[in-house]
Write a protein that binds this ligand. Structure first.
Ligand code: IMP
Length: 196
């Protein structure tokens, strides 16, 4: 069985390959399949909407099983912003340093630092059937960046039950705790169920 993973992000693809290492399953990245749209515009207002949109567009264009994800950070005191706008929080072109600086500015003097990462993974069959699963990781935003691993808001996010930021944790520990790790394991269970 061939499954198209609707991402051109090598970092995500590697995580997905590790968790989806299933016999008889061949994972294809979007850049390994000719004729796909370069980019799917992520203009839905929910993570689920964006993930389904990506899986739908690339699945329909390729005729393959397709899997897509959308993820982001929700901050309680900011009414769950930046949410689906996480990548472009400080405007476009997307800039991680600018996003992180904006987040710290918005939270200056704010005592409630609770936040969560969310990741929704959508799966689409060639006949148009669709599913989605979600993973979350609760935590808090600290006052200044710490750590050099990972990407995005990792240096500002401390998961509940830990003192280190995501950027201070090693990849395996982050995968075990993270929104994307949880969502990917749920997606792998869903996939097993579909094949059973
Ligand atoms: P997307 O799912 O690639 O659209 O990611 C949206 C944005 O959410 C990223 O550009 C990051 O800013 C943020 N984000 C999602 N997951 C993570 C994570 O695991 N660590 C840090 N930032 C993340």
């Amino acid at each position: 069985m061939r499954l198209l993973v609707a991402t051109r992000n090598r970092h995500k693809l590697e995580e997905i390959r590790q968790i989806f290492a299933l016999p008889g399953l061949e994972l294809l990245a979007a850049d390994e399949v000719p004729g796909l749209p370069e980019e799917v515009v992520e203009d839905e207002v929910t993570f689920e909407g964006n993930a389904l949109k990506k899986a739908r567009e690339l699945g329909a264009a390729s005729g393959l099983w397709a899997m897509a994800d959308d993820s982001g950070l929700e901050v309680e005191a900011l009414g769950n912003e930046p949410g689906v706008r996480s990548a472009r929080y400080a405007g476009e072109p997307c800039s991680t340093p600018a996003n992180n600086e904006k987040l710290l500015r918005e939270l200056e003097g704010v005592a409630d630092r609770r936040a969560r990462f969310r990741c929704v993974i959508a799966l689409r069959a060639p006949d148009g059937r669709e599913w989605s699963v979600e993973g979350r990781c609760e935590g808090r935003i600290i006052g200044a960046p710490r750590g050099a691993n990972g990407f995005g808001y990792d240096p500002l996010f401390v998961p509940d039950g830990h003192d280190a930021t995501f950027a201070e944790l090693d990849g395996a520990t982050k995968n075990a705790l993270s929104h994307r790790g949880h969502a990917l394991r749920r997606a792998a269970e869903l996939w097993h169920g579909l094949l059973a």
